[in-house]
Design a protein around this ligand. Structure first.
Ligand SMILES: Cc1cc2nc3c(=O)[nH]c(=O)nc-3n(C[C@H](O)[C@H](O)[C@H](O)COP(=O)(O)O)c2cc1C
Length: 147
């Protein structure tokens, strides 16, 4: 079975909720999904063996959260070229992090990215907005299955 790894960085849990919803979308078409806190990715080995990767971070002070930045430097050495990718995150008003993660995955890791990154505004995350995250997971898994 194809497998997706969804890694999130969060301070107050909103980006984890988005990660969980993406995973639901991924699983809905029979692709396995693991959701992991970025703090539990300790080495490149933890990134091996998946067909798709979605990396997410909330935006603080216009930036990706530091643990996700550290993981991206690690992922540079994990040979993710050609793997399916997506990027996501919760934000309040500007939401730079998802786009920066997306651009890194595309330009540095040479991954096969979903059509866009996903950023969801909070507060106010509802079941309806989380459906958008499920759909994003669906898009990622459909790209995997098309290979
Ligand atoms: C100190 C502080 C700085 C923040 N800076 C930004 C920012 O620069 N841009 C933005 O869009 N949101 C900003 N936010 C809002 C968070 O991104 C938003 O609350 C998000 O939902 C947090 O996600 P999390 O629950 O995954 O940590 C900031 C929030 C705090 C408390």
């Amino acid at each position: 079975m194809a497998k997706a790894l969804i890694v999130y960085a969060t301070r107050t849990g909103t980006t984890k909720r988005i990660a969980d919803s993406i995973a639901e979308g991924v699983r809905s078409v029979g692709v396995d999904a693991e959701v992991v806190d970025v703090k539990n990715i300790k080495s490149e080995a933890d990134l091996q063996g998946y067909d798709a990767y979605a990396f997410g971070s909330a935006t603080y002070h216009g930036e990706i959260m530091q643990p996700m930045k550290t993981m991206l430097f690690m992922a540079e050495k994990a040979n993710l070229e050609g793997k399916t990718g997506g990027a996501f995150g919760a934000y309040g008003w500007s939401g730079e992090a998802p786009e920066r993660i997306y651009d890194t995955m595309r330009n540095i890791f040479s991954m096969d990215m979903a059509g866009n990154f996903l950023k969801l505004k909070s507060p106010g995350l509802t079941l309806a907005t989380l459906k958008v995250a499920q759909d994003y997971g669906l898009e990622i898994s459909q790209k995997v299955k098309a290979k």
